[in-house]
Ligand binder design. Structure first.
Ligand SMILES: Nc1nc2c(c(=O)[nH]1)N[C@H]1C(S)=C(S)[C@@H](COP(=O)(O)OP(=O)(O)OC[C@H]3O[C@@H](n4cnc5c(N)ncnc54)[C@H](O)[C@@H]3O)O[C@H]1N2
Ligand code: MOO
Ligand SMILES: [Mg+2]
Length: 411
């Protein structure tokens, strides 16, 4: 008898089939730097100026001319230069200018001596260390030259990029329009948080998870709520979502039960690219194209919906926005400190907790029960333990691959 995992496509193949169909959006708009956090650059950004914009001091000390140095010479202090208040006066031969960090270098200055390498004497200061030409001078354009490209197109603007643009005086930046993503949960059993549960009902976890992650990714979320397990209601939801969005994401009803209509709906209203992956959780994930939008059918089990969002929807959204700095999961090796149960057949994403062993190596343990309905396993975890499709149980002490959660799953 064939194992029931035969014929399932690998996550890698699924990602490839999905991503190769996509064309990044190109509509852009100009936004103020104060509203640009999380947005994606629509074109490369070049610097309008040199940084630093003028030669300036790296230290609090004294600006001097090398030709004035001689043994035991005492330098009178002829003036002061502050950041924001340059010295523009007359600078007599043999004297120094008191200078602060960031202050413009006075004309004619060859070096700055930090004040710890000087001594106060009657009538001025004396040097206590050798001086090299150019020391402690930060040169104009040393960091960035005017006209140089500082950011590529397709970069998400965050705490590393926005200050860079601010340092260049760039007040407006050209960014892509936000992706419009329509979402709905499917299931007759689903109740909204804040309402009491009737017999057989559970709370709708998935819409909460999906909208939270979409918001973090800077998408415009169109929330169509909970849709009943009813073909006509689903047909309407699919059409409404397709009219409004670039990407439609549903959860639930994508397996083979008698109230599972997602895959049939995708086939009726669009074209299916693939369905059913050799991954756990997340097997019945479906992907395809509706009339105007891409469609992702996430499995209903909350852990499965979250893992498929992370592994498939995240790269889809990054590709649609042409992101060059795609958040590819970073994998590393860790030592399992306990036995991990695993059946061959599907690539497994177990939830784990990382720590350092006494010998300094990275260790990982399981959060406990790993069922696709056990969401508490996410709240405890900080990584996925990624176990290859064909392998069986992990023995204590074995090395495994882990994927540290990125900011989508962490606070
Ligand atoms: N005969 C088979 N049965 C199932 C298979 C299979 O291969 N053969 N696959 C199983 C796997 S794996 C998964 S994953 C689930 C996927 O099910 P569906 O996508 O059809 O989702 P539902 O049946 O609607 O719900 C499954 C489960 O999750 C709960 N759920 C659904 N939506 C939500 C929500 N928004 N918030 C919280 N919980 C939700 C739902 O109540 C069910 O308990 O199928 C297996 N079955
Ligand atoms: O693939 Mo399902 O997500 O195992 O539970
Ligand atoms: Mg089902």
């Amino acid at each position: 008898m064939e194992p029931f995992t035969a014929g399932l496509i690998s996550l890698e193949d699924a990602q490839q089939k999905m991503l190769q169909q996509l064309t990044p959006i190109s509509d852009s708009l100009s936004v103020s730097l104060f509203e640009a956090a999380g947005r994606i650059t629509a074109k490369p950004v070049t610097s309008p100026l040199d940084v630093p914009p003028f030669d300036n001091s790296a230290m609090d000390g004294y600006a001097l001319r090398l030709s004035d140095i001689s043994p035991e010479h005492v330098f009178p202090v002829a003036g002061k230069a502050f950041a924001g208040a340059p010295f523009n006066g007359e600078w007599p031969a043999g004297s120094v200018i008191r200078i602060m960090t960031g202050a413009p270098i006075p004309a004619g200055c060859d070096a700055v001596v930090m004040q710890e390498q000087t001594e106060q004497r009657a009538g001025g200061i004396a040097l206590t260390a050798a001086v090299t030409p150019g020391q402690n001078i930060r040169r104009i354009g040393e960091d960035i030259q005017a006209g140089k490209q500082v950011l590529e197109a397709g970069v998400r603007l965050g705490a590393a990029e926005l200050p860079l643009l601010a340092s260049l005086g760039i007040a407006e930046v050209s960014v892509l329009r936000k992706l419009r993503v329509a979402i709905f949960s499917t299931g007759d059993e689903l109740q909204a948080v804040g309402q009491p549960l009737a017999d057989g009902q559970i709370y709708d976890t998935n819409r909460f998870t999906v909208s939270l992650m979409l918001n973090k990714l800077g998408c415009e979320v169109i929330d169509l709520g909970v849709i009943a397990d009813d073909p006509e209601a689903l047909r309407q939801a699919f059409s409404e979502a397709d009219r409004q969005a670039d990407v439609v994401i549903s959860t639930g009803g994508v397996s083979v039960g008698e109230a599972d209509f997602t895959k049939a709906m995708l086939e009726e209203l669009g074209v299916i690219t693939f369905w059913k992956l050799a991954m756990k959780p997340g097997k019945p994930f479906a992907f395809g194209r509706l009339a105007n939008s891409w469609f992702c059918g996430l499995p209903g089990n909350p852990v499965s919906a979250t893992v498929t969002f992370y592994q498939l929807v995240q790269p889809l959204l990054a590709t649609l926005t042409g992101q060059t700095t795609r958040i590819m999961p970073l994998r590393q090796r860790a030592r399992a400190i306990q036995r991990l149960k695993k059946s061959p057949g599907r690539l497994d994403f177990q939830r784990g907790i990382l720590s350092r062993g006494e010998d300094g190596v990275l260790e990982v343990r399981s959060t406990g029960a790993q069922g696709s309905h056990v969401f508490s396993s996410f709240a405890l975890a900080d990584c996925f333990i990624v176990l290859d499709r064909d392998r069986a149980d992990v023995e204590p002490g074995e090395w495994v691959e882990v994927e540290v959660f990125n900011s989508l799953l962490e606070g």
